[in-house]
Design a protein around this ligand. Structure first.
Ligand SMILES: *Cc1c(COP(=O)(O)O)cnc(C)c1O
Length: 255
């Protein structure tokens, strides 16, 4: 058999660690979606990971998303077998801070926005989704560490904002997103993830939104196993798949 590429090996390792973390937490690996974060990926690495079966990609920068998504999507669709009645879908996740003036550009490209953290952003997303006759799946980004982080709604304000989003006809509130501070101890990081899970449970108890309110997007390269232990359903892994070097815009690749 041909030798596996480094990326294939890293993907297999990450999938293995996800499976082990699920087993320890007595959860099924089918409950956890791996989003491959393309922030540090070269375009050919993105194409390769799609060929390895990953169908969820995450990007935090609007400009890069705009440049890359159309080409990557075309590549993905070109290699679907003809006549396949239910081909897999490629889903882009917007995981970074979203400015309201970028909504129009981002909306046609993304399957889910993880970073809704204000009423005004939610209202504008709802309005733009209405104009294109779409119901957009979103997550509420929570600042569960309540320190130093620029983005995310404060824990104390999250329930009320979730109630407001749940009334918006063109948004579907799917759950919460949280980030732990870089380099935190297991105890600190797990406390942040567990606070986020408790917040989701509180929202479910209050019957905010319907049964689709069940997702926890938490866990990155350094902490996804702890996140799975605390109930993550979506993990966003970048550098341990693609390396640490931040990749530039496509124009730099062409130069
Ligand atoms: C970059 C990024 C990730 C991936 O982080 P890694 O440590 O590279 O795995 C996940 N989520 C968000 C919001 C990011 O910006």
């Amino acid at each position: 058999m041909a030798r596996k590429s480094p990326l294939a090996e890293r993907l297999e390792e990450i999938r293995g660690r996800i499976a082990t973390a699920c087993e320890k937490a007595k959860r099924s690996p089918s409950e956890v979606t791996l989003v491959a974060v393309t922030k540090t990926a070269a375009p050919e690495q993105i194409r390769e990971i799609l060929q390895l079966g990953v169908t969820d990609l995450g990007e935090s920068r609007v400009q890069v998303l705009q440049q890359r998504a159309p080409q990557i999507n075309e590549f993905f669709h070109r290699r679907q077998p003809i006549g396949d009645t239910a081909p897999p879908k490629l889903r882009w996740h917007m995981i970074g801070h979203l400015q309201r003036n970028k909504i129009k550009a981002v909306l046609p490209l993304v399957a889910m926005v993880h970073s809704v953290d204000s009423l005004r952003l939610a209202e504008d997303l709802d309005e733009h989704s209405r104009r294109v006759n779409r119901v957009l799946p979103v997550l509420l980004q929570v600042n569960a560490s309540e320190e130093s982080q620029k983005h995310g709604v404060a824990v104390g304000a999250a329930l009320h904002l979730a109630e407001q989003i749940a009334t918006m006809p063109n948004l579907q509130l799917m759950g919460l997103m949280a980030m732990a501070p870089h380099g935190g101890s297991e105890k600190q990081v797990r406390a942040i993830f567990s606070r986020t899970r408790e917040l989701l449970e509180e929202m479910q108890w209050h019957k905010i939104s319907g049964p689709s309110l069940k997702h926890l997007s938490m866990g990155m390269s350094d902490d996804f196993e702890w996140a799975i232990a605390e109930g993550a359903t979506i993990v966003r892994v970048g550098s341990s798949l693609f390396g640490h070097e931040e990749s530039g815009l496509e124009s730099a690749d062409k130069a």
